[in-house]
Design a protein around this ligand. Sequence first.
Ligand SMILES: [Zn+2]
Length: 291
Amino acid sequence: MLRLIPIISRALILILATAGSLFAQNDPEWTEPFPPFRIAGNLYYVGSKGLANYLITTPQGNILINSDLEANVPLIQASIEKFGFKFKDTKILLISHAHWDHDAGSAKIKELTGASYMVMDADVPVVESGGKADFQYGNRPEFLYPPAKVDRVLHDSDEVKLGGAVLVAHLTAGHTKGCTTWTMKVTEGGKTYNVVIVGSPNVNQGYKLVHNDAYPQIASDYLRLFDTLKVLPCDIFLGAHGGYFGLEEKYAHRKDGAANPFVDPDGYRKFVAEKEQEFRTELAKQTLAAK
Ligand SMILES: [Zn+2]
């Protein structure tokens, strides 16, 4: 009996670890509907509570950022149609980065809309292999998804243009090799605002920042990411998850005639500084442990 205890506890740890990863894949907020709303100008929020999607409308069709989990696709479609826009008018599909919570629905959205899929160069092998080429999660079946063919390969600072809208793709690698921060300008009430949609500055659980054979330059990429984010002009602060920029609180504070709560340059600078500090602390810890 005594000899069985370590076996049982090892089995329990395995069960708990598996349950943990399943939970990570299915955070209930990711598929929880959120009211779609116009952020400013021709820029709309059409995401769920936990996964952000943005629609940029133009006279020549629309641009959609992120496809989320496959289960989110009907939610995104319903949000777009709530404004009277047509899902089929989605001409271009972009992503924040090649992780399942932002790109697993891409194949489905391409099939339903015929949108042209444009992805940052280093994320292309990941989306086209359905996640198998990812340096961290490639051998984790629970994080794989239907592969989607990329129609245009983007490079750092490339522009995506449609019907007068111009989005700039900033390579902000580290979280994934092709993680992308999108910027654009929107006009509202005669004023022009700089919009920043942050790709992700997070160091996930289990990421190796030193001696990472699958991603040797990961630490220097993160450092470059923070250098890039620090100099981007930002009025309207957005990101791949609502949690980055306080979606729920800001949504609750929208009021006709009052200042737009999504205009938050200070919140952006604070977020970037905090995330850089988190990264540097983790890097120092891992560097020390590797000695
Ligand atoms: Zn991610």
